[in-house]
Design a protein around this ligand. Structure first.
Ligand code: OSB
Ligand code: MG
Length: 370
């Protein structure tokens, strides 16, 4: 596959709900889609960088600039037998994993399509059905949180994850646990606590949570290890893990026992596979987190979720929870808390081009010189 063209496209999509976390509120999404063209085909991916640097330092604008100024000039015109070499070629781009991942993931889609196989075949996936849960944002009251959990558990979702922050933790968690004694419940703090808050986090041990996700700083592993030693509940690392090496270090020092793998956060599929293999070697379960993606990113998430170590329910709940109309076909909706991995070649979904055009706010096409 010779990379002949990279298209950057920003689309505006409004979530059906206001999504509040400890780092901010999201509803009007601006999503960067990447199309890689070559050998008469094209592959697509979604950059998971947010609108503002609240979850990670990358934003849709930094990703756009990094792809245009540093990624495209290196990979444009190169002929890749498989996508593995791309990561190596980009080793001098420090950080900016979300920008690099988007291009890498689009190349995987192109590669799988050129071979006429679903992407998960190339990744070495072992399942065609992916159990999923929902991520429930911070609600106005504990009662509203219980109602959100009730609605989704009734739909068959396999786990509910509650967003928490200081002042919004024990009360909603207790309410949900009392209402649903047997449900798989987790919490995600998105780095809102410090080690001195350990006594509050220890109170969560009473609620039999599957894990507490990223309680401490986004760049920390050491304090997470100190906290894990004081908790019976497992810590799941999200923001702190950017690579297989981070996973190795985190698991080695006991900073957590579970890892949330987002392909976009960890630099793409090759990196996600390495990270996954490290976690499996440590006996640590992993699962696929979400970033409020459109159908493009959701399809990618389902493919990575087919790897054997993804044994806990992911965040890829039904597309129609998020969007009045998603930008891909077929519609990725869960049935009884299970998503089927799309069956077509590549990521197995195609863009609704007319809708995408209507939602587009800017496009830039970068081409190889001939
Ligand atoms: O921490 O997992 C997170 C959304 C945006 C940024 C970070 C996170 C999330 C979610 C939502 O939890 C998951 C989803 O429903 O896509
Ligand atoms: Mg998280």
């Amino acid at each position: 596959m010779r990379i002949e063209q990279i298209e950057l496209r920003e689309v505006a999509m409004r979530l059906r709900f206001r999504f509040e976390t400890s780092f901010g509120v999201e509803q009007d999404r601006r999503i960067v889609l990447i199309t890689v063209r070559g050998d008469g085909g094209e592959g697509i991916a979604e950059c998971v960088a947010g609108e503002f640097p609240g979850y990670a330092y990358e934003t849709r604008d930094t990703a756009w600039g990094v792809i245009k100024d540093f990624v495209a000039p290196v990979v444009m015109g190169r002929d890749y037998a498989t996508p593995h070499q791309l990561l190596h070629d980009l080793r001098f781009v420090r950080g900016h994993n979300m920008a690099v991942a988007a291009v890498e993931m689009a190349l995987w889609d192109l590669h799988a399509k050129s071979l006429g196989v679903p992407l998960w075949h190339l990744l070495g996936g072992v399942r065609t059905e992916v159990p999923v849960g929902v991520s429930i944002g911070i609600q106005p009251s504990a009662e509203a949180t219980v109602e959100e959990a009730r609605t989704h558990l009734a739909q068959g979702y396999r786990r509910v994850k509650l967003k928490i922050k200081p002042g919004w933790d024990v009360v909603p968690v207790r309410a949900v646990r009392e209402a649903f004694p047997d449900a798989d419940v987790t919490v995600d703090a998105n780095s809102a606590y410090r080690l001195v808050d350990a006594p509050i986090l220890r109170q969560l041990d009473a609620f039999d949570l599957a894990y507490v996700e990223q309680p401490l700083a986004h760049d920390d592993l050491v304090d997470h290890a100190a906290l894990q030693a004081q908790l019976s509940t497992s810590i799941c690392l999200d923001e702190s893990i950017h690579s297989a090496e981070d996973a190795r270090k985190g698991l080695q020092i006991g900073a957590g026992r579970v890892i949330n793998v987002k392909v976009g956060r960890v630099r793409g599929y090759v990196a996600a596979r390495r990270l996954h293999d490290v976690a499996v070697a440590f006996g640590a379960p992993v699962w696929c987190g979400g970033m409020l993606e459109s159908g493009v990113g959701r399809a990618h998430n389902l493919h990575v979720s087919t790897l054997e170590g993804f044994v806990l329910p992911g965040d890829t709940s039904s597309a129609s929870r998020y969007w009045d109309e998603d930008i891909v076909e077929p519609l990725l909706d869960a049935v009884d808390g299970v998503q089927r991995v799309p069956e077509g070649p590549g990521i197995g979904v195609t863009l609704k081009h007319d809708l995408v055009e209507r939602l587009t706010r800017r496009v830039e096409v970068l081409s190889a010189s001939v």
